[in-house]
Design a protein around this ligand. Structure first.
Ligand code: F6R
Length: 260
Protein backbone atom coordinates (compact mmCIF):
# COMPACT_ATOMS: atom_id res chain seq x y z
CA UNK A 1 0.00 0.00 0.00
CA UNK A 2 1.32 3.41 -0.94
CA UNK A 3 0.29 6.35 1.24
CA UNK A 4 0.66 9.77 -0.39
CA UNK A 5 0.31 12.77 1.93
CA UNK A 6 -0.13 16.11 0.19
CA UNK A 7 -0.91 19.59 1.48
CA UNK A 8 -4.50 19.78 0.23
CA UNK A 9 -7.25 18.17 -1.82
CA UNK A 10 -6.22 20.01 -5.00
CA UNK A 11 -2.71 18.54 -4.87
CA UNK A 12 -4.17 15.08 -4.26
CA UNK A 13 -6.60 15.53 -7.15
CA UNK A 14 -3.70 16.30 -9.47
CA UNK A 15 -1.88 13.11 -8.56
CA UNK A 16 -5.00 10.95 -8.95
CA UNK A 17 -5.94 12.65 -12.26
CA UNK A 18 -2.40 11.88 -13.49
CA UNK A 19 -3.00 8.18 -12.76
CA UNK A 20 -6.42 8.18 -14.50
CA UNK A 21 -5.03 10.04 -17.53
CA UNK A 22 -2.04 7.69 -17.74
CA UNK A 23 -4.38 4.67 -17.62
CA UNK A 24 -6.61 6.09 -20.37
CA UNK A 25 -3.52 6.95 -22.42
CA UNK A 26 -2.36 3.32 -22.20
CA UNK A 27 -5.80 1.82 -22.50
CA UNK A 28 -8.51 4.19 -23.85
CA UNK A 29 -11.20 1.55 -23.25
CA UNK A 30 -10.30 1.24 -19.55
CA UNK A 31 -12.95 0.51 -16.95
CA UNK A 32 -13.14 3.05 -14.14
CA UNK A 33 -14.78 2.49 -10.78
CA UNK A 34 -16.38 5.71 -9.54
CA UNK A 35 -17.19 6.75 -5.98
CA UNK A 36 -19.77 9.39 -5.15
CA UNK A 37 -19.87 11.60 -2.03
CA UNK A 38 -17.68 14.68 -1.55
CA UNK A 39 -14.17 13.21 -1.39
CA UNK A 40 -13.59 12.49 -5.11
CA UNK A 41 -15.14 15.77 -6.36
CA UNK A 42 -11.75 17.57 -6.64
CA UNK A 43 -10.53 14.61 -8.75
CA UNK A 44 -13.58 14.88 -11.01
CA UNK A 45 -13.15 18.65 -11.36
CA UNK A 46 -9.50 18.14 -12.32
CA UNK A 47 -10.42 15.47 -14.88
CA UNK A 48 -13.08 17.75 -16.37
CA UNK A 49 -10.48 20.54 -16.67
CA UNK A 50 -8.07 18.19 -18.43
CA UNK A 51 -10.82 16.94 -20.74
CA UNK A 52 -11.69 20.54 -21.67
CA UNK A 53 -8.00 21.19 -22.34
CA UNK A 54 -7.95 18.18 -24.71
CA UNK A 55 -5.57 16.24 -22.45
CA UNK A 56 -7.80 13.25 -21.71
CA UNK A 57 -10.81 11.53 -23.28
CA UNK A 58 -13.35 9.09 -21.85
CA UNK A 59 -14.97 8.38 -25.22
CA UNK A 60 -14.04 4.69 -25.18
CA UNK A 61 -13.98 4.22 -21.40
CA UNK A 62 -16.63 2.59 -19.27
CA UNK A 63 -17.47 3.21 -15.63
CA UNK A 64 -19.21 1.46 -12.76
CA UNK A 65 -20.48 3.21 -9.65
CA UNK A 66 -19.81 1.71 -6.25
CA UNK A 67 -23.28 1.99 -4.85
CA UNK A 68 -26.82 3.35 -5.05
CA UNK A 69 -29.59 4.20 -2.64
CA UNK A 70 -32.56 1.85 -2.62
CA UNK A 71 -36.00 3.35 -3.08
CA UNK A 72 -35.14 6.68 -4.68
CA UNK A 73 -36.94 6.99 -8.00
CA UNK A 74 -34.78 7.08 -11.16
CA UNK A 75 -33.71 10.67 -11.74
CA UNK A 76 -33.97 11.68 -8.05
CA UNK A 77 -31.39 14.46 -7.58
CA UNK A 78 -29.65 12.54 -4.77
CA UNK A 79 -29.59 9.15 -6.44
CA UNK A 80 -25.97 8.33 -7.07
CA UNK A 81 -26.64 7.76 -10.78
CA UNK A 82 -27.90 11.35 -11.01
CA UNK A 83 -25.17 12.68 -8.73
CA UNK A 84 -22.28 11.21 -10.76
CA UNK A 85 -23.87 12.46 -13.97
CA UNK A 86 -24.08 15.97 -12.49
CA UNK A 87 -20.65 16.18 -10.90
CA UNK A 88 -18.63 14.28 -13.48
CA UNK A 89 -19.78 11.98 -16.25
CA UNK A 90 -22.04 14.40 -18.19
CA UNK A 91 -19.20 16.96 -18.10
CA UNK A 92 -16.85 14.74 -20.09
CA UNK A 93 -17.28 12.55 -23.19
CA UNK A 94 -18.40 9.14 -21.95
CA UNK A 95 -20.44 7.37 -24.63
CA UNK A 96 -24.13 6.51 -24.21
CA UNK A 97 -24.64 3.66 -21.75
CA UNK A 98 -20.97 3.67 -20.72
CA UNK A 99 -21.67 4.54 -17.08
CA UNK A 100 -23.50 1.93 -15.04
CA UNK A 101 -24.79 1.91 -11.47
CA UNK A 102 -26.43 -0.75 -9.30
CA UNK A 103 -30.22 -0.71 -9.76
CA UNK A 104 -31.69 0.64 -6.55
CA UNK A 105 -35.17 0.59 -8.07
CA UNK A 106 -35.19 -3.16 -8.80
CA UNK A 107 -38.00 -5.22 -7.28
CA UNK A 108 -35.52 -8.11 -6.92
CA UNK A 109 -32.44 -6.49 -5.38
CA UNK A 110 -30.57 -9.78 -4.99
CA UNK A 111 -30.93 -10.38 -8.74
CA UNK A 112 -29.86 -6.78 -9.39
CA UNK A 113 -26.67 -7.43 -7.40
CA UNK A 114 -25.92 -10.58 -9.39
CA UNK A 115 -26.59 -8.73 -12.67
CA UNK A 116 -24.24 -5.90 -11.63
CA UNK A 117 -21.45 -8.33 -10.83
CA UNK A 118 -21.98 -9.98 -14.23
CA UNK A 119 -21.84 -6.59 -15.99
CA UNK A 120 -18.53 -5.72 -14.31
CA UNK A 121 -17.13 -9.11 -15.28
CA UNK A 122 -18.37 -8.78 -18.88
CA UNK A 123 -16.58 -5.40 -19.11
CA UNK A 124 -13.34 -7.15 -18.15
CA UNK A 125 -13.25 -5.97 -14.53
CA UNK A 126 -12.42 -2.56 -13.09
CA UNK A 127 -8.97 -1.17 -13.92
CA UNK A 128 -8.92 1.73 -11.46
CA UNK A 129 -11.38 2.04 -8.58
CA UNK A 130 -11.74 5.40 -6.85
CA UNK A 131 -12.82 5.14 -3.22
CA UNK A 132 -13.76 7.45 -0.38
CA UNK A 133 -13.93 6.29 3.22
CA UNK A 134 -16.71 6.73 5.75
CA UNK A 135 -16.01 8.02 9.25
CA UNK A 136 -16.82 4.48 10.43
CA UNK A 137 -14.34 2.92 8.01
CA UNK A 138 -16.82 1.91 5.32
CA UNK A 139 -15.88 1.63 1.64
CA UNK A 140 -18.69 1.61 -0.86
CA UNK A 141 -21.56 1.22 1.57
CA UNK A 142 -19.99 -1.77 3.30
CA UNK A 143 -20.64 -0.80 6.87
CA UNK A 144 -18.72 -2.29 9.84
CA UNK A 145 -19.39 -6.01 10.06
CA UNK A 146 -19.58 -6.46 6.29
CA UNK A 147 -18.05 -9.65 4.99
CA UNK A 148 -14.62 -9.00 3.52
CA UNK A 149 -15.59 -11.43 0.73
CA UNK A 150 -18.95 -9.78 0.03
CA UNK A 151 -20.33 -9.08 -3.43
CA UNK A 152 -22.90 -6.54 -4.68
CA UNK A 153 -25.94 -6.77 -2.42
CA UNK A 154 -28.41 -4.94 -0.21
CA UNK A 155 -27.01 -3.27 2.92
CA UNK A 156 -28.56 -1.21 5.70
CA UNK A 157 -26.84 2.10 6.47
CA UNK A 158 -25.75 2.83 10.01
CA UNK A 159 -27.23 5.80 11.86
CA UNK A 160 -23.87 7.56 11.58
CA UNK A 161 -23.71 7.20 7.79
CA UNK A 162 -27.30 8.40 7.40
CA UNK A 163 -26.49 11.40 9.59
CA UNK A 164 -23.28 12.08 7.61
CA UNK A 165 -25.21 12.01 4.33
CA UNK A 166 -28.17 14.04 5.60
CA UNK A 167 -26.39 17.16 4.29
CA UNK A 168 -27.41 16.10 0.77
CA UNK A 169 -31.11 15.73 1.70
CA UNK A 170 -33.82 18.03 3.08
CA UNK A 171 -33.83 16.13 6.39
CA UNK A 172 -32.40 13.03 8.07
CA UNK A 173 -35.75 11.29 7.56
CA UNK A 174 -35.30 11.60 3.80
CA UNK A 175 -32.00 9.64 3.78
CA UNK A 176 -32.77 6.10 2.62
CA UNK A 177 -31.98 3.29 5.08
CA UNK A 178 -31.06 0.80 2.39
CA UNK A 179 -28.49 0.74 -0.38
CA UNK A 180 -27.20 -1.66 -2.98
CA UNK A 181 -23.43 -1.66 -2.91
CA UNK A 182 -20.48 -3.43 -4.43
CA UNK A 183 -19.13 -5.79 -1.78
CA UNK A 184 -15.68 -5.62 -0.25
CA UNK A 185 -14.79 -8.65 -2.39
CA UNK A 186 -16.04 -6.84 -5.51
CA UNK A 187 -13.89 -3.81 -4.69
CA UNK A 188 -10.83 -5.96 -4.02
CA UNK A 189 -11.18 -7.49 -7.51
CA UNK A 190 -10.37 -4.15 -9.17
CA UNK A 191 -6.80 -3.93 -10.44
CA UNK A 192 -5.83 -0.64 -8.77
CA UNK A 193 -7.58 0.89 -5.76
CA UNK A 194 -7.20 4.63 -5.13
CA UNK A 195 -8.66 5.87 -1.87
CA UNK A 196 -8.92 9.64 -1.33
CA UNK A 197 -9.67 11.27 2.02
CA UNK A 198 -9.53 14.80 3.29
CA UNK A 199 -10.10 16.43 6.66
CA UNK A 200 -9.73 15.58 10.32
CA UNK A 201 -13.09 13.79 10.45
CA UNK A 202 -11.51 10.99 8.38
CA UNK A 203 -8.23 10.75 10.32
CA UNK A 204 -9.26 8.01 12.77
CA UNK A 205 -10.85 5.82 10.08
CA UNK A 206 -7.83 6.29 7.80
CA UNK A 207 -5.41 5.30 10.58
CA UNK A 208 -7.43 2.17 11.38
CA UNK A 209 -7.75 1.24 7.70
CA UNK A 210 -4.06 1.74 6.88
CA UNK A 211 -2.31 0.76 10.11
CA UNK A 212 -4.83 -1.23 12.13
CA UNK A 213 -5.61 -4.92 11.94
CA UNK A 214 -7.57 -6.27 8.98
CA UNK A 215 -11.08 -6.61 10.34
CA UNK A 216 -14.66 -6.56 9.11
CA UNK A 217 -15.24 -3.91 11.81
CA UNK A 218 -13.22 -1.53 9.57
CA UNK A 219 -14.12 -2.62 6.03
CA UNK A 220 -11.49 -0.29 4.51
CA UNK A 221 -8.79 -2.28 6.33
CA UNK A 222 -9.38 -5.00 3.69
CA UNK A 223 -7.39 -2.77 1.33
CA UNK A 224 -4.30 -4.12 3.10
CA UNK A 225 -4.98 -7.44 1.33
CA UNK A 226 -4.76 -5.88 -2.15
CA UNK A 227 -1.46 -5.76 -4.07
CA UNK A 228 -1.97 -2.29 -5.63
CA UNK A 229 -3.51 0.34 -3.39
CA UNK A 230 -2.81 4.08 -3.32
CA UNK A 231 -4.15 6.16 -0.42
CA UNK A 232 -4.08 9.90 -1.18
CA UNK A 233 -4.57 12.11 1.88
CA UNK A 234 -4.39 15.72 2.92
CA UNK A 235 -2.47 16.60 6.08
CA UNK A 236 -5.57 16.53 8.30
CA UNK A 237 -6.71 13.10 7.13
CA UNK A 238 -3.15 11.81 7.65
CA UNK A 239 -2.80 13.32 11.11
CA UNK A 240 -3.25 10.06 13.05
CA UNK A 241 -0.91 7.87 11.02
CA UNK A 242 2.03 6.68 13.09
CA UNK A 243 4.27 6.13 10.03
CA UNK A 244 3.43 9.47 8.37
CA UNK A 245 7.04 10.61 8.14
CA UNK A 246 8.06 7.32 6.52
CA UNK A 247 5.26 7.66 3.93
CA UNK A 248 6.38 11.22 3.18
CA UNK A 249 10.01 10.19 2.79
CA UNK A 250 9.07 7.26 0.56
CA UNK A 251 6.94 9.41 -1.74
CA UNK A 252 9.50 12.21 -1.88
CA UNK A 253 12.20 9.75 -3.01
CA UNK A 254 10.06 7.69 -5.34
CA UNK A 255 11.53 7.06 -8.80
CA UNK A 256 9.68 9.20 -11.38
CA UNK A 257 9.06 6.21 -13.68
CA UNK A 258 7.05 4.38 -11.03
CA UNK A 259 3.76 6.33 -11.25
CA UNK A 260 1.02 5.52 -8.78
C1 F6R B 1 -19.84 6.71 -2.09
C2 F6R B 1 -19.27 5.72 -1.19
C3 F6R B 1 -18.94 6.03 0.22
C4 F6R B 1 -18.27 7.38 0.38
C5 F6R B 1 -18.01 7.65 1.87
C6 F6R B 1 -17.36 8.98 2.08
O1 F6R B 1 -20.05 6.15 -3.38
O2 F6R B 1 -19.09 4.63 -1.61
O3 F6R B 1 -18.11 5.03 0.72
O4 F6R B 1 -17.06 7.39 -0.32
O5 F6R B 1 -19.23 7.61 2.54
O6 F6R B 1 -18.24 10.00 1.69
P1 F6R B 1 -17.73 11.50 1.55
O7 F6R B 1 -16.72 11.48 0.45
O8 F6R B 1 -18.94 12.27 1.16
O9 F6R B 1 -17.15 11.88 2.86
Amino acid sequence: MEVVILPDAAAGAGVVADAVAALLGRRPEAVLGLATGSSPVPVYDELVARYRAGAVSFAQARAFLLDEYVGLPAGHPQSYATYIDRVFTSRVDFGPGAVRSPDGTASDLAAAGVAYEAAIKAAGGVDLQLLGIGGDGHIGFNEPGSSLASRTRLKTLTGQTRADNARFFASLDDVPRHVITQGVGTILAARHLVLVAQGATKAAAVALAVEGPVTAMVPASALQLHPHVTVVLDEAAASRLSLASYYRETYANKPAWQGL
